[in-house]
Write a protein that binds this ligand. Structure first.
Ligand SMILES: Nc1ncnc2c1ncn2[C@@H]1O[C@H](COP(=O)(O)OP(=O)(O)OP(=O)(O)O)[C@@H](O)[C@H]1O
Length: 983
């Protein structure tokens, strides 16, 4: 099948990714609804706030057109309780000058003649002079709204003064003007009653009226002006947070990494997000303007539609660019809301400063304005201000499209920025964010801690596609220490050495065997140690050699199984081969393409399929959609995608579930889908990293069938922790430990070379009373037969069967031995004889133990073996047979020993699971102590502070003893390759 390349592939990827984005938004309806319709709720809120404000200012005639103003005629002195803020009991007014009887009469007349209400005596208080009033006021705050001070100068002159608080008061949105409410009524009353007193006519008519000018509406209440910037920033935050969260989720779940492995173009990835977010932003801005018009805001009605729409759209689009850039620095999708909240808070504060005039006025320097305008909420806030100013009074016509580059009539900033300038700023800063987003995306470490160099764009190869995609490790702010070289160790295993020699020979001769799919040439990977400089401390990690030089060939049409304990370097090998990690040394050729060259790697990506250890799935997409997406990314011809996807789903038995979202799949279904993804596009080389993890036995068998089927015509590299899986599926197995290949070959070869030997299972006929003998006695002859001929005892026995382990060195005796045993089956009461090789699990454990032992020898790692006898000895990690010092007796002149059983803990390290019963150390067994010379009885300080004895290490090569029981339960599986001797 010819895969798409170049521009058609870019377009195909772009379309598929765009569709993926659309589906993700569609599937998270609530979030998308909020992103699009949040403006409705905020505009409704602004509308309500505006209505409330208009209500509280209803008495203000500035908000109305006044053609026939009504006069305010001789307003009465109001009761003091009407004052907004007053302490009770209060006084309607106080006065001074009470030594004058004339003045007292005048005040009495004021109280009596107050229009509409006589003022009672207890509501008025008199004083001698103004100083006495001041002293009283000082001691009794908020008890009276005003004071009158009278002085009788002579018979025809009475002076008066008024004392009131002139500060207007606000209470719950109402406004109290002390001049009109208290001062003027007091003034009119005082003047009226002084005049009547002087004239001597108590009914003298004294009427004073107040009337404002007729006027049109002078001002409008624009709530949008004050709260608009904050509210619209909040609206834009929904899109911002969702965008950051989508991008980071794809990074966090390594979906981005998986797409990269499949050869996605960065351009297609970013453009697909940009277009989709552009569409959402445009719809959201359009809805904002329409809702604003629906609620009859002058801001939206008077300013021309494109002017307002463009401001909202460019602002939200700009924030999306900012989200792209910030996403490069965030590694957890849960942080998206925190980042959104932080940006909102900063925006809120800077918008407050902007609305107070900073720095968009001539008095501020251009530089400050430019820096301030980099943050989108600031320019947006200024844009809103310009549009709000242009509609602040009913007479203002708003800004039309043609006048967008002109300063408005109400512009009090000295015209430093027009709405058109704001568009240009928002557009310019968007491109700045976008370019920075691409740059930081490349130079900040991805989920695997890999990034490009900070000057990657300066390398010509980056632009020509020939190089420049090289990746390195460590954070931008971390210094990578020098990487110590890996010592080359000649493998001690003959098969590994042979493989290495063959590959080296091919490599030197420049030969590539046509049957070889992958040739690994001394692949080495060292994770660099880094030094991170924090504010108070310096964090150092040392370099770690994860791969120490791998040499091997993996043939076409072959399934190669890579086994090894946790941390052996299997995933690292796969990550290096798939180009996710840069290699430190060596190389690998995949169908002749070097993984060290970018061109080679881009060719390799087209011919590989990868099923990583983790599931590369979007919860919201169905199985079918996943396969279609990855098929498009790989460049399958569009016409073949549907049929290919159907076939793949059928292969992994997901046809029924194909339309269901992957989020509701079980763990096994997800793994099967990941396997299907790796096989899409008929890749020539497939990497399966623990593909059956988490599957039930039935599903696992099914996936094995799929793998068996797909083996034809392609190479598969499989890693697994299931020995059964490796045994069944693999053509060849390599076992790695501590970054090195420890053995390589077919399953049978490994079992025969590294297993304990042969396992013989003898089953007995049901009647245990054969030949008249009873109970276990009936089996004694069989035991004796094994002991006499092969010198082995049973490792397990019960009524029905016995199990013997026969060492390899007895192999030449086996044919005649089993022939005789078969002949005497009836005599021994045997119903079935099975002979098998040791299991792969045993091989694996032996190799892992050996590697641990080696590493313990280098590191000197010792552990304490607590013996059932109560004593304890220090032994090297991984040692199998241990002699106990000080146990020499006349009967056992060499002392006793135990076999130590090991298992791996959660971190993959070996730990003791038990030991056998003590047995005599046979004659002529060499004993070695790899850790401390002068073995046997070296005294060490034990973990409880006691002196502890170091055990004697006995070389397992010579330790061909039979086991006679153990302190831990050990089961020997009777599966594996076996020869069957059946009666
Ligand atoms: N990015 C990294 N930085 C530093 N060390 C790492 C990094 N990735 C892996 N390692 C180390 O490299 C070693 C090999 O890891 P790797 O994941 O290849 O092992 P593995 O054989 O695949 O193990 P498993 O069976 O658990 O998947 C481990 O000790 C691991 O801690």
């Amino acid at each position: 099948m010819t895969l798409q390349r170049g521009l058609p592939l870019l377009l195909q990827q772009y379309t598929a990714l765009f569709k993926k984005n659309l589906l993700l938004s569609w599937r998270s309806k609530r979030a998308t609804f909020l992103q699009l319709f949040a403006s409705f709720f905020f505009i409704l809120l602004i509308f309500c706030i505006q209505a409330a404000m208009e209500k509280s200012f209803a008495s203000s005639t500035a908000l109305k057109t006044v053609t026939d103003p009504t006069a305010l005629i001789s307003p009465p002195i109001p009761p003091c309780e009407d004052k907004f803020f007053v302490n009770l009991p209060c006084y309607d007014f106080v006065w001074s000058g009470n030594r004058s009887s004339k003045v007292t009469q005048i005040v009495n007349a004021i109280m009596k003649n107050n229009p509409g209400r006589s003022i009672p005596i207890e509501k008025v208080r008199s004083f001698v002079d103004p100083e006495a009033v001041d002293t009283w006021l000082m001691a009794n705050p908020l008890l009276v709204p005003g004071a009158l001070h009278f002085i009788e100068r002579n018979a025809t002159v009475i002076s008066y003064g008024i004392q009131t608080n002139s500060t207007p008061e606000m209470n719950r949105g109402r406004f109290e003007d002390p001049t009109f409410k208290f001062q003027i009524p007091l003034q009119i009353a005082a003047e009226r009653e002084i005049a009547r007193s002087l004239i001597g006519d108590p009914n003298f008519n004294w009427v004073v009226g107040f009337k404002e000018f007729p006027h049109p509406t002078i001002e409008a209440i624009v709530a949008l002006d004050t709260i608009g910037p904050t509210f619209f920033l909040a609206v834009a935050m929904f899109g911002f947070v969702l965008q950051i969260s989508s991008l980071i989720t794809e990074k966090e779940l390594k979906l981005r990494q998986a797409m990269t492995m499949m050869g996605v173009f960065d351009t297609a990835y970013w453009l697909s997000w940009l277009t989709w977010e552009g569409i959402l932003t445009a719809i959201s801005a359009l809805l904002t303007v329409l809702f604003g018009m629906m609620f009859q805001f002058d801001f939206f009605l008077k300013n021309s539609f494109p002017v307002v729409f463009l401001l909202f759209m460019l602002f939200q689009f700009n924030l999306i660019g900012l989200a792209f850039m910030l996403s490069a620095f965030i590694s957890k999708s849960t942080s998206a809301t925190t980042v959104g909240f932080f940006v909102f808070l900063v925006g809120f504060v800077t918008q407050l400063a902007t609305s107070s005039g900073f720095p968009y006025a001539k008095k501020y320097s251009r530089m400050i304005r430019a820096l301030w305008s980099l943050f989108p909420p600031n320019t947006f806030s200024q844009g809103l201000k310009l549009l709000a100013d242009a509609t602040s009074t009913p007479q203002d016509p708003g800004i039309s499209w043609s006048k967008r580059a002109e300063c408005g009539p109400n512009d009090d900033t000295g015209c430093v920025l027009t709405i058109n300038d704001i568009y240009l700023w928002l557009l310019g800063t968007f491109f700045l964010w976008f370019v920075l987003a691409l740059y930081f995306d490349n130079i900040t470490p991805n989920a695997s801690g890999v990034r490009k160099s900070i000057f990657y764009f300066l390398k010509p190869g980056y632009w020509t596609g020939k190089g420049g995609n090289r990746v390195e490790e460590g954070g931008i702010c971390s210094c990578i220490g020098s990487v110590p070289p890996v010592d080359h160790i000649t493998p001690d295993d003959e098969d590994v050495l042979e493989e290495e020699t063959l590959v080296k020979q091919h490599s030197m001769e420049g030969l590539v065997d046509p049957n070889v799919a992958v040739q690994i040439r001394g692949l080495a990977k060292t994770y660099p140690g880094t030094t991170k400089f924090g504010c108070c401390k310096c964090k150092k990690t040392s370099p770690f050699h994860a791969l120490k030089g791998l040499w091997m060939n993996i043939a076409k049409d072959q399934l190669f199984c890579l086994l090894g304990p946790n941390g052996a370097g299997k995933t690292t090998t796969i990550n290096c081969l798939t180009g996710l990690f840069p290699v430190t040394g060596g190389d690998a050729l995949i169908y002749g393409n070097s993984i060290r060259s970018s061109v080679g790697m881009s060719n390799i990506r087209k011919m590989i399929g990868v099923c990583p250890q983790f599931d590369i799935l979007w919860d919201a997409l169905s199985g079918e959609e996943h396969l279609k997406l990855f098929a498009s990314i790989k460049g399958l011809p569009p016409s073949s995608i549907n049929s290919m996807v159907e076939k793949s789903l059928a292969e992994v038995k997901l046809t029924e579930a194909g339309k269901i979202r992957a989020g509701s799949y079980s763990g096994g279904m997800k793994r099967r889908l990941s396997v299907a993804v790796s096989l899409i596009g008929d890749p020539k080389l497939v990497f399966l990293d623990e593909p059956t993890t988490g599957m039930d036995p039935i599903t696992r068998r099914h996936v094995w069938d799929i793998i068996q089927e797909t083996k034809k015509g392609r190479a598969i590299i499989l890693t697994t922790h299931s020995m059964e899986e490796a045994d069944i599926l693999s053509d060849r197995i390599g076992i790695m430990a501590k970054g090195r290949l420890r053995c390589i070959g077919t399953s049978i070869r490994l079992k025969s070379r590294f297993g304990t030997g042969f396992i013989a299972n003898i089953s007995f006929v049901e009647s245990n009373n054969h030949n008249g003998e009873a109970g276990s006695d009936s089996r004694e002859p069989v035991k004796k037969f094994f002991k006499d001929h092969l010198k082995v005892k049973p490792i397990e026995e019960n009524k029905a069967f016995m199990t013997f382990v026969i060492p390899h060195d007895k192999e030449n005796l086996l044919t005649s031995f089993f022939a005789e045993l078969q002949d005497r089956e009836e005599e021994f009461g045997i119903s079935d004889i099975q002979l098998g090789l040791a299991t792969l699990e045993e091989v694996f454990l032996n190799i892992a133990r050996k590697a641990e032992l080696e590493s313990a020898a280098v590191d000197g790692t010792m552990v304490t073996l607590d013996l059932t006898s109560g004593s304890s000895v220090e032994i090297p990690v991984g040692a199998r047979f241990i002699g106990i010092p000080g146990t020499e007796t006349a009967e056992n002149p060499r002392g006793v020993m135990v076999e130590v059983y090991w298992q791996q803990d959660e971190s993959g390290s070996l730990c003791i699971s038990g030991h056998s019963t003590e047995m005599p150390i046979p004659e002529n067994i060499p004993v070695t102590d790899p850790v401390a010379p002068g073995h046997g009885g070296v005294n060490l300080l034990g973990r409880r502070g006691r002196r502890q004895v170091q055990g004697i290490v006995i070389d397992p090569e010579f330790a061909t003893f039979t086991r006679s029981g153990s302190t831990s339960s050990r089961r020997f599986s009777r599966s594996g390759s076996s020869r069957r001797f059946s009666s």
